[in-house]
Design a protein around this ligand. Structure first.
Ligand code: AMP
Ligand code: MN
Ligand code: MN
Ligand code: MN
Length: 280
């Protein structure tokens, strides 16, 4: 039997489209044996996911994907095996949430001023409808209103850096997120390091800083990653003494190239992050 595990997924408590129960049912269908829920800046779905995992016989790891800033760049830190109700963690995500809401309103104002959109501003709907409003929700509204054919095109045309709706944002520091995850009893994992626009040298500095601040691991086995990137991440894990995590970053069934569950086998010499966790 191949062992499928997944330590990075989203539900509709952030920018996923499935309820935690639907997510867990899908994981069970794919024979995932250990599942973490890691919504952006919230642990609100963890109780539902735990209950669903219990009834399906899946090991559950409570988590969250925290948004941070490092040298002016937005990074994501996944916290795994944490207490969803911890006060320090709550304060951290409360701060991010306030910044998110301000940012989405500012993105809406910029889109409203864009001549090609004819005054379209999805921000009020996104802010009213979402506990953790993200640019993904704005992108979905742009697609729904016919202003883009796909989420990717909505990002590329209206939301990415150097486009009409881009609003830069300061986020809490990398160190503050690692401290909050540790306070909640969790392990901090640097999410999808290959996706940041960082030179090799800067990525090494990031891994060093992450480790020095108390980070435990980096994602190594990721859905859709090139063999080249996978080898690079495994090298970083070894070089900086970081454990390797296994992650789909699943958001929705409509993106089938990012399916739930990854084979648990990591390259030799990379310690599995899972060995530092006790699934519930
Ligand atoms: P936010 O946290 O509001 O900046 O939104 C970030 C989320 O948008 C990420 O977690 C991704 O799910 C999604 N995202 C970011 N950049 C892109 C992109 N270029 N294409 C598609 N989705 C993206
Ligand atoms: Mn997302
Ligand atoms: Mn992410
Ligand atoms: Mn994610």
């Amino acid at each position: 039997m191949f062992d499928l595990i997944d330590l990075h997924t989203h539900s509709l408590y952030s920018d996923g489209t499935l309820t935690p129960a639907e997510l867990v049912a899908r994981a069970a269908q794919r024979r995932v044996t250990v599942l973490a829920l890691t919504d952006h800046d919230t642990t609100a779905g963890c109780a539902e996911a735990l209950e669903a995992c219990r009834s399906q016989g899946i090991g559950f790891v409570p988590g969250a994907e925290l948004t941070v800033g490092w040298r002016g760049q937005e990074l994501h830190v996944v916290g795994l095996g944490l207490d969803p109700d911890n006060a320090t963690l709550r304060a951290q995500v409360g701060d991010v949430l306030a910044r998110r809401r301000t940012r989405i309103a500012a993105i809406g104002a910029k889109l409203r001023a864009d001549r090609t959109l004819g005054g379209f501003d999805p921000s009020a709907a996104v802010l009213a409808g979402q506990a953790v409003p993200t640019r993904t929700h704005v992108a979905r509204e742009l697609v729904r209103a016919g202003h883009a054919d796909s989420l990717q095109k909505a990002f590329d045309r209206f939301l990415a850096r150097r486009t009409a709706g881009y609003v830069p944002q300061e986020w809490p520091t990398l160190a503050s997120a690692i401290v909050a995850i540790a306070a909640a009893g969790g392990q901090a994992v640097l999410a999808h390091p290959h996706r940041y626009r960082l030179s090799n040298g800067a990525l090494k500095e990031l891994c060093g800083a992450f480790r020095a601040a108390g980070g435990a691991g980096i994602e190594v086995s990721l859905a859709g990653i090139s063999p080249n990137d996978a080898a690079r991440l495994a090298r970083l894990a070894r070089q900086f003494g970081l454990a390797g995590s296994v992650a789909s970053d699943f958001h929705e069934p409509g993106l089938p190239w990012r399916p739930l569950g990854r084979f648990a086998k990591l390259p030799d010499d990379v310690e599995p992050l899972l060995s530092r966790l006790t699934p519930l």
